[in-house]
Write a protein that binds this ligand. Structure first.
Ligand SMILES: NC(=O)c1ccc[n+]([C@@H]2O[C@H](COP(=O)([O-])OP(=O)(O)OC[C@H]3O[C@@H](n4cnc5c(N)ncnc54)[C@H](O)[C@@H]3O)[C@@H](O)[C@H]2O)c1
Length: 401
């Protein structure tokens, strides 16, 4: 039986707003009962707007507030560990936004705090919960794509909206830590979260903005079964927010476009105001998003988190997953610096070990391995065949219109 949860929301910035819009937007039973901001006017203004009973300016008081049984962390990255520690001390369930931490070492400490205290912990990685991604993951699990060979995940926009993101100490990095964390977890979900990420090759550079951290990056992540993940992230992309994923398997392909040009196009002279997150213009041809919090996965994410709490099970995205993501990110930074493939250092690996390399297609015809079958423009069907003994590759026309 689903229970009603009361939430302390830490932060009244962009993510605090999206999370509260999600929780209070429909006729859901779970409500924010206490909101924390350092600034009392901001806390009270937010509380008034969203019908929240308590507004406080002390983080510890907010976490320990008697009105709530769950804490959601929507604060800058450098405050996640401290907030989780107070939740553990208060014996309260905690849901932490992405990235879990600034480094794998910090993420590991957060994991230890949550697990040793026994509190419920969830990792708020919304982009694996988008309706399209959930459906795509179900298809992959049912075998619609065969073995997953390659997954590409891309997140790019013109850069974040608050100063702390641009400070490498508070954020822990640039576009990799901010956007790459989404991509890595999307890739892990498609490849299989029980398959170990082995090594990473990463390019990162600061091409445009006057900052210490990277504003662009591309990385390859190699998994134990031979699958490869590729992410592309940018804080310099112009034209809105580009959120796309591609999954390639031995039996099929999926292309996902979550945000730009998804079938909703509008022209306006500019009177309408806000269009969508990171949209750069409010006039001309626009690409609005129907129900932003739903399409970004927040609705299904909170449903899973609260159901997991009620059912005494783990959510789809755990604090451990956040730790694995941070370990991959650390390897990206080492690789970008060394310009070599770098191992993903996971002191605590809970997935499968010794997974065999995927075998690929193995159809045989007359003792020969089928490399390729193709119908040509003249109607012929041609087979490319390999002799497994000699290695000789031949071709055979089997059908003629
Ligand atoms: N899709 C997503 O899941 C998603 C999207 C955006 C942000 N985030 C994450 O949410 C977190 C917050 O990001 P945001 O976009 O809401 O940032 P933001 O700047 O919009 O809001 C941050 C909030 O924290 C407060 N804050 C800032 N510095 C503080 C300090 N030193 N002490 C106490 N409070 C402080 C601000 O006043 C504000 O309320 C980050 O970890 C970010 O990565 C996740």
């Amino acid at each position: 039986m689903a229970q009603k949860h009361n939430i302390t929301m830490l932060g009244t910035g962009l993510i605090g707003l999206f999370y509260t819009m999600t929780l209070h937007g429909q006729r859901g039973r779970d409500r924010v009962s206490c909101v924390y901001s350092r600034d009392i006017d901001r806390a009270q203004g937010f509380a008034r707007k969203w019908g929240i009973e308590h507004a406080v300016t002390d983080m510890e008081e907010a976490i320990k507030h008697s009105s709530s049984d769950v804490v959601i962390i929507g604060l800058p990255n450098h405050l996640h560990e401290e907030a989780v520690q107070i939740c553990a001390d208060a014996n309260k369930a905690v849901l932490c936004t992405k990235p879990l931490a600034r480094s794998a070492a910090e993420a590991r400490r957060i994991l230890d705090i949550v697990e040793s205290s026994g509190i419920f912990g969830g990792y708020l990685e919304d982009l694996v919960y988008t309706p399209k991604t959930l459906k795509a993951l179900e298809s992959v699990r049912r075998g619609a794509l065969g073995e997953i060979l390659w997954t590409r995940s891309r997140e790019a926009h013109s850069g974040p909206h608050s100063s702390w993101f641009w400070d490498i100490e508070q954020a822990g990095g640039g576009a990799i830590v901010d956007l790459g964390c989404h991509c890595i977890e999307i890739i892990r979900n498609f490849v299989g979260k029980d398959i170990r990420p082995i090594e990473v090759s990463c390019w990162a550079d600061t091409l445009v903005h006057p900052i210490k951290a990277e504003d662009n990056s591309i990385a390859l992540i190699r998994f134990e079964n031979g699958a490869v993940g590729q992410f592309e992230v940018s804080w310099t992309f112009r034209g809105g927010m580009d959120l796309r994923d591609e999954v390639a398997g031995t039996e099929g392909t999926i292309w996902l476009n979550h945000f730009l040009r998804t079938g909703f196009e509008m022209f306006s002279s500019g009177a309408g105001g806000y269009v969508a997150e990171k949209a750069e213009q409010e006039s001309g041809w626009l690409f609005p998003v129907g129900d932003e919090v739903h399409e970004l996965g927040y609705t299904d994410m909170f449903t899973d988190m609260f159901n997991a709490m009620d059912e005494g099970r783990e959510p789809m995205e755990t604090i451990y997953d956040g730790y694995v993501v941070n370990a991959v990110i650390d390897a990206c930074y080492r690789s970008a610096k060394s310009r070599k493939w770098e191992p993903v250092e996971l002191e605590d690996w809970r997935g499968r070990t010794g997974v065999a390399r995927m075998q690929g297609l193995k159809e045989k015809i007359d003792g020969l391995e089928l490399v390729k079958r193709e119908r040509l423009p003249n109607g012929e069907v041609k087979l490319i065949l390999k002799d497994p003994g000699t290695g000789e590759v031949t071709q055979r026309v089997v059908e003629n219109d």
